[in-house]
Design a binder for this molecule. Structure first.
Ligand code: ZN
Length: 295
C-alpha cells in the first residue's frame, strides 16, 4: 500500500482549466439518427484536435494484478476502493443506456480487472429479470446505480406527470433490485426543460463524452478524446448499450492510462463527497467543481 498524495494545489490548478471538461455537451447535433435508441448528446470537445499524442497500447500491461472475469453473480467480491497507486485527482466513470446481459457484464469485467468502480445510469425499459442480474452484480461490486429515465425520450417535451413516471419507474426497479434508490439523474440526450427541474429532485448529471454511441467512432478516438478532456472532478460519460464493444475496449485502455496520470476512480456520489460539494439545484454537472449551470 502506497502513500497517497493529496495535493491541494493540483485541485486548485485544475479549477483553472475546468473549461476543457465542461460545458461542451451539445445536445442534439449528431444524434439525429433516430433509429439507434442508444445515444446521448455527449460531447464533441475535439474541433481542431489533431493531437495524436495519445497512442494507446504502450502502458497496457502496467496495471493491476487480478485477472478474472467471473460473471457469476452469486459470489461477487466488492471492488477494492483503496487504490494501490499514487493519485492526486479524482474522477467518476459513468455508463448510460444499460442494463443488458452482455455489454454491461463486459464493462463490469473490465472494472473488476482494474479494480475501479463506476456509476450506471439505467433505462427502465431495459430492465428485465436477466439484465437485473447485471445491475445487482454492479451494485455488489460497489458501483452506483442511477437513473436515465424509463423510455429514453425527450423529457423536455413531456408533462409533469410523464416526467415523474419516467423517473419513478427506474427508481422503483432499482430499489427492488438493490434496496437503494437512484441518487442522480441523467436526462436522455442531455435535454432539459423547466418541468424537469420542477419534478425531478435528484441532481442532474451530464459528462465528458466521446460520442461512443456512434459505432463509427474508433476505440482510439474514444480513448484520445477522453484522455484529452479529463480533469480533476470530471464525470466521464460513456455507454454500456448492448453491443458497444468498442467502449469496453476503450475503457480497458483508458483506466490504466488515467491511473498512470494520478487519477483515482469513484462513484458520482463519491466524487461530490470527496470534493466536499453539495449538488446544487438547477445545475447539470460535467465536473463537480463547476460554477455555472452547464459548466
Ligand atoms: Zn442515453
Amino acid at each position: 500500500m502506497f502513500k497517497r498524495i493529496l495535493k491541494v494545489t493540483a485541485a486548485v490548478l485544475a479549477l483553472g482549466v475546468l473549461g476543457g471538461c465542461s460545458g461542451n455537451n451539445t445536445s442534439g447535433s449528431s444524434d439525429n439518427g433516430q433509429s439507434s435508441s442508444a445515444n446521448d448528446a455527449s460531447v464533441e470537445s475535439s474541433a481542431g484536435g489533431s493531437s495524436s499524442a495519445d497512442t494507446e497500447s504502450s502502458e497496457r500491461s502496467s496495471d493491476d494484478v487480478p485477472e478474472e472475469s467471473s460473471s457469476d453473480e452469486t459470489s461477487v467480491t466488492p471492488i477494492n476502493a483503496e487504490p494501490d497507486y499514487e493519485w492526486d485527482k479524482v474522477i467518476a466513470l459513468t455508463f448510460d443506456d444499460g442494463p443488458n446481459v452482455e455489454t454491461t457484464n463486459e464493462v463490469l469485467d473490465v472494472l473488476e480487472k482494474h479494480q475501479v468502480v463506476a456509476s450506471f445510469f439505467l433505462i427502465g425499459n431495459n430492465i428485465n429479470d436477466e439484465s437485473a442480474k447485471s445491475v445487482k452484480r454492479a451494485y455488489d461490486l460497489g458501483c452506483e446505480i442511477n437513473n436515465h429515465s424509463k423510455s429514453h425520450g425527450y423529457m423536455d417535451k413531456m408533462s409533469a406527470e410523464e416526467i415523474k413516471e419516467e423517473y419513478d419507474f427506474v427508481d422503483q426497479k432499482v430499489l427492488e433490485i438493490t434496496g437503494e434508490h437512484t441518487k442522480f439523474f441523467r436526462p436522455p440526450y442531455i435535454s432539459v426543460g423547466e418541468e424537469m427541474w420542477e419534478n425531478i429532485s435528484a441532481p442532474f448529471i451530464s459528462g465528458l463524452g466521446c460520442n461512443d454511441w456512434d459505432d463509427n467512432v474508433t476505440v482510439e478516438r474514444r480513448v484520445a478524446v477522453i484522455n484529452r478532456g479529463v480533469r480533476d472532478g470530471c464525470i466521464i460519460l460513456m455507454h454500456d448499450a448492448q453491443g458497444n464493444h468498442k467502449t469496453v475496449e476503450a475503457i480497458d485502455q483508458l483506466i490504466p492510462m488515467l491511473k498512470e496520470q494520478g487519477y483515482r476512480f469513484t462513484t458520482v456520489s463519491g466524487l461530490f463527497e470527496e470534493k466536499g460539494i453539495e449538488p446544487a439545484p438547477r445545475m447539470i454537472y460535467t465536473n463537480v467543481t463547476q460554477q455555472g449551470m452547464w459548466g
